[in-house]
Design a protein around this ligand. Structure first.
Ligand SMILES: Nc1ncnc2c1ncn2[C@@H]1O[C@H](COP(=O)(O)OP(=O)(O)OP(=O)(O)O)[C@@H](O)[C@H]1O
Length: 246
C-alpha cells in the first residue's frame, strides 16, 4: 500500500510543555487508524497540527508526498485532508442542507455546492432531514451531519474527533457502518474516540500516545497488549473496558 499521509517527527510545544513530541507515522489509502491515549496525551494537539489548526514547532506533514505543514486549514482541506469538530461546530440556525452546502463551497460554486451537499446527504441517509434545522437534531443525527459537512469538502483523509461521543452502542454501530462504507470507496480515516469498543472494532491499526510521544503502534490487539500502553492506562483503570476513555 502506498503512503498517503506521512507525519515526520511532529513536535508542538506550548511554552515548556511538549504536547506532541516527535511523532512519526504513515497512513495508506483506505486505512482506518485509531489514535489513543489518556487525557492530555496530545491527541487533539496532533489532530490540529495535521490539519493546519496548530502550527508545528518542528517536523513535517506530507499528503501524497507534498508538504502541507505550514498551510492554513482551508488550504489543507483543499489538498484533501480535514477534520470533524468535537461537539459538532455546525451552524445551529441553518438547515442541515445549508450547513453541508457551506462546506461544499470549498470546491464548487453555489449551484454545484448544493448538488454536492444533496449527494453527500443521500449517501449518509440524511436526505429526509435535509431541511431540518440543526438545533432540532438528535446526537447521532448531529454526528452524521458533522461527517457530511467534512465529506462535502471531498477529503482523501478524514480525521474524526470523537464523533461517537454521546451515542448509544446501536447508534455507534450505525456510524461505524457508514465509516466502513466510505473506507471501501478509498477514504482514509484517523480516529480519536473514547469508546474502546468502537476503536477496537473499527481500526486496522492503532497509534498509542502518552505525554506527546508515540508509545506503540500496530494492530488493535498488539497495541492493547503492549506493556507500555497498559502502564499508561493503569492510573485510569481503563484499558480494554467497554466505554473506557481511550
Ligand atoms: N493551547 C494550549 N496551550 C497550552 N497548553 C495546551 C494547549 N492545548 C493543549 N495543551 C496541553 O497540551 C497537552 C496535550 O493536550 P491535548 O488536548 O492535545 O490532549 P488530548 O490527548 O487531546 O486530551 P483529551 O483526551 O483530554 O482531549 C495537555 O497537557 C494540555 O494541557
Amino acid at each position: 500500500m502506498g503512503v498517503l499521509l506521512q507525519a515526520e517527527a511532529i513536535c508542538v510545544t506550548f511554552g515548556g510543555l511538549k504536547a506532541v513530541d516527535g511523532v512519526s507515522f504513515t497512513m495508506g489509502a483506505g486505512e482506518i487508524i485509531g489514535l489513543i491515549g489518556p487525557n492530555g496525551a496530545g491527541k487533539t494537539t496532533l489532530f490540529n497540527a495535521l490539519v493546519g489548526l496548530q502550527p508545528l514547532t518542528s517536523g513535517a506533514v506530507r499528503l501524497d508526498g507534498e508538504t502541507i505543514s505550514g498551510l492554513k486549514p482551508h488550504k489543507v482541506a483543499a489538498k484533501g485532508m480535514t477534520k470533524t469538530f468535537q461537539n459538532a461546530a455546525l451552524f445551529p440556525d441553518m438547515s442541515v442542507a445549508e450547513n453541508v452546502t457551506t462546506a461544499a463551497l470549498l470546491r464548487h460554486d453555489l449551484k454545484g455546492a448544493r448538488a454536492k451537499a444533496e449527494a453527500v446527504l443521500d449517501k449518509l441517509g440524511l436526505g429526509p432531514i435535509a431541511d431540518a434545522d440543526v438545533r432540532d437534531l438528535t446526537f447521532p443525527q448531529k454526528a452524521l451531519v458533522e461527517m457530511a459537512r467534512a465529506l462535502a469538502t471531498e477529503p482523501r483523509v478524514l480525521l474524526l474527533d470523537e464523533v461517537m461521543a454521546a451515542l448509544t452502542p446501536t447508534e455507534m454501530d450505525e456510524v461505524m457502518a457508514v465509516i466502513r462504507a466510505l473506507r471501501s470507496e478509498g477514504l482514509s480515516f484517523l480516529v480519536v474516540e473514547h469508546h474502546m469498543r468502537a476503536i477496537m472494532a473499527l481500526c486496522d491499526r492503532l497509534l498509542a500516545v502518552n505525554f506527546g510521544r508515540l508509545l506503540a503502534q500496530g494492530t488493535p490487539r498488539e497495541v492493547a497488549a503492549d506493556p507500555q500502553v497498559i502502564e499508561a492506562y493503569l492510573g485510569h483503570g481503563a484499558a480494554g473496558k467497554e466505554g473506557a476513555h481511550a
